[in-house]
Structures are given as C-alpha cells and as structure tokens.
Write a protein that binds this ligand. Structure first.
Ligand SMILES: CC(C)(COP(=O)(O)OP(=O)(O)OC[C@H]1O[C@@H](n2cnc3c(N)ncnc32)[C@H](O)[C@@H]1OP(=O)(O)O)[C@@H](O)C(=O)NCCC(=O)NCCS
Length: 181
C-alpha cells in the first residue's frame, strides 16, 4: 500500500487546491462547479481552512511530501455516534494506485477507534464507478438507492447510499493517522 499521511489543511495548501479546480475532469468527477473564477475558489478554500463547519473534519492526504487530496468525516453527530465519509484525490496522477483506499482506511480507523463512531455513511452517484469500487473495497454495504435523485455530469442520476457499522470495519493497526503519530 502507498505511504500516505493525513494532516490538517493549511493556508499553504490553497495554491494546490486551486490547481485541482482548474482540472475539468476532476471537477466533473467530484461534482465541483466548472468555470468558477479563481477568486471564488480562493474564498471557498480560505473558509475551509480558517473557518470549517463545526461538524466537518477534513484532513489533507499527503503522499511524497505533496498534498494530493482530502478525506472527510462530515455531518459528525456525537449523539448518534455517526458521520458521513467523503474523499477526493485532486491530483489525477495519483488515481487508481491505492491512495484513496489507504487514506480512506486511515480516516475510518480514526473515526471508529479514536472518535468512537458506531456508524459511517457514504454516497456515490450511480455512474461514478471509482468511488463505488472504493467504498465496497473499504467494506461499506449498499443500503439504499435514491432514484434519479441528483444531476451529475449533466443528467439525473440515482444516488447510492452506503453504510458501515463499527464491527464491520477491519482494522489494520500498522497504518498511521497524523504525522508524528
Ligand atoms: C474516488 C477516488 C477517491 C478513488 O481513489 P483512488 O486512489 O483512485 O482509488 P484506489 O486506487 O485506492 O482504488 C480503490 C478502488 O477503486 C478501483 N478503481 C480504481 N480505478 C478505477 C476505475 N477507473 N474504474 C473503476 N474502479 C476503479 C480500484 O480497483 C479499487 O477497487 P479494488 O480494490 O476492488 O480493485 C478518486 O478516484 C477520486 O478522487 N475521484 C474523483 C472524486 C470523486 O469521484 N470522489 C467521490 C465523490 S462520491
């Protein structure tokens, strides 16, 4: 498995995230708006670094000393011990080589083992085969389908709902979460 570190995002990462926003294929895959001016993106990324939503934990995925993506536990609900998983590898040169799996697994381990989550959910558009394969590989179960729920790549698509319970997560203790961990 590739060597991956998860770490908080910093202001220095904004330039890299702006590069991702210029990549049309990445934006289409990740459902980011196309042709948004760089100033708007900069505002979005600044807010994300300086003032993220209280119920979102977003960590940068670092490989070979480079930020290549981010992974989320969002909609954190401590009362229900539940969160929503999300992930994006913004640098497409790193797709399909196990970085998503490794980073996703580290984040799930953090959620289940360190944050006491009992359930993690995830969603994917029906035509988006990469994240679907990733979620299945990570151990998520398909729990439902929202039919023709959302426009993705210009057409109404089904949205697949996935879930994983704490006892379904297979831990691999050798993986690290944060630098210096
Ligand atoms: C989804 C994403 C995070 C996956 O990360 P990745 O590093 O490319 O994935 P990995 O290399 O770890 O592979 C994970 C699984 O996806 C599969 N996969 C990789 N490339 C694939 C492709 N082109 N088509 C279908 N499955 C693919 C792998 O085979 C693996 O499954 P397997 O173990 O059963 O073989 C990444 O492709 C991405 O950021 N895509 C754009 C954003 C996006 O779609 N986000 C999801 C929004 S819900």
């Amino acid at each position: 498995m590739p060597d991956v570190t998860l770490r908080p995002l910093t202001l220095a990462d904004i330039a890299i995230m702006l590069k991702w926003s210029e990549d049309e294929e990445f934006c289409l895959a990740n459902d980011w708006p196309l042709n948004q001016p760089p100033e708007r993106w900069e505002e979005t990324f600044l807010r994300m670094v300086n003032n993220p939503p209280v119920n979102l934990m977003r960590l940068g995925i670092q490989a070979h000393n480079l930020l290549i993506g981010y992974v989320d536990l969002g909609q954190m609900n401590p009362l229900e011990a539940r969160a929503a998983f999300g992930i994006a590898i913004g640098n497409r040169a790193y797709w399909g080589q196990g970085y998503g799996y490794t980073a996703g697994h580290q984040m799930l381990r953090y959620g289940f083992e360190d944050r006491g989550l009992e359930r993690v959910t995830a969603e994917a558009h029906a035509s988006n085969t990469r994240p679907i394969a990733l979620l299945v590989r990570l151990g998520f179960t398909l729990e439902g389908v929202l039919r023709r729920h959302e426009t993705y790549r210009g057409e109404k698509q089904d949205v697949y709902l996935y879930g994983m319970l704490k006892e379904e997560f297979v831990s691999r203790p050798a993986l690290r979460l944060l630098e210096n961990d």
